[in-house]
Design a protein around this ligand. Structure first.
Ligand code: IMP
Ligand code: MG
Length: 185
């Protein structure tokens, strides 16, 4: 697996420090929303599968408050394609979001279609608040305007893998963010 990687853009230490800082910021914002009542149980974390799972696993352990996880499955890069093929919601969106504080989390904001579609569907359920969080963002690439509340890192417009992000299903378990060698594609 290591041999297929070209350049490391973000190493483990850099990632861990940033995720810790994001956790503090998100916890502070949610605490304010909840009026300081961290045991209220009104927080719903909604990870968009599968790319966000590593990030979410690390991030939620930085959040010292009562929360629920509600997964959403979406695919926009089926198979070996590196171009967005449009967003497909797989299965149903979790219900009962009315009055909840929802934090939607994705691995990367690229075209913006995924978060646009999911956040629209979530808002239809009248939650108390909706926030969007991504680990990575490719600035200037989004073709739809989605306001994201939390961004881990802005990265250049290159195809990256690791820390949950895949190419054809592989490399999600690689602990850093890197680019792929051309031979590996
Ligand atoms: P968007 O809907 O175009 O914003 O794309 C978001 C989804 O595309 C992410 O959840 C990823 O699954 C995938 N994606 C976009 N860029 C990359 C990349 O550089 N590496 C791996 N997956 C990517
Ligand atoms: Mg993906």
């Amino acid at each position: 697996m290591q041999h297929d990687l070209d350049r490391i853009l973000l190493d483990r230490k850099t990632i861990a420090a940033r995720v810790h800082a994001m956790g503090e910021q998100i916890a502070a914002d949610l605490t304010r929303d909840l009026g300081g009542d961290l045991e209220h149980g009104k927080v719903v974390i909604m990870p968009i599968m599968t790319g966000s799972m590593i990030f979410v696993a690390d991030l939620i352990r930085e959040l010292p408050l009562k929360l629920r996880l509600e997964l959403v499955a979406v695919s926009s890069y089926p198979g070996k394609s590196m171009e967005s093929k449009g967003v497909k919601l797989r299965g149903e969106l979790p219900g009962n979001l009315e009055g909840k504080h929802v934090l939607i989390i994705d691995d990367i904001l690229d075209s913006g279609h995924t978060l646009d579609v999911v956040s629209r569907l979530v808002r239809e359920q009248k939650p108390a608040s909706v926030r969007l969080c991504v680990f990575l963002r490719k600035p200037g690439k989004a073709s739809v305007d989605v306001p994201v509340d939390y961004v881990g890192f802005d990265i250049p417009d290159e195809f990256v893998v690791g820390y949950g992000l895949d190419y054809d299903g592989h490399y999600r378990n690689y602990p850093q963010i890197g680019t792929l060698r051309p031979e590996a594609r």
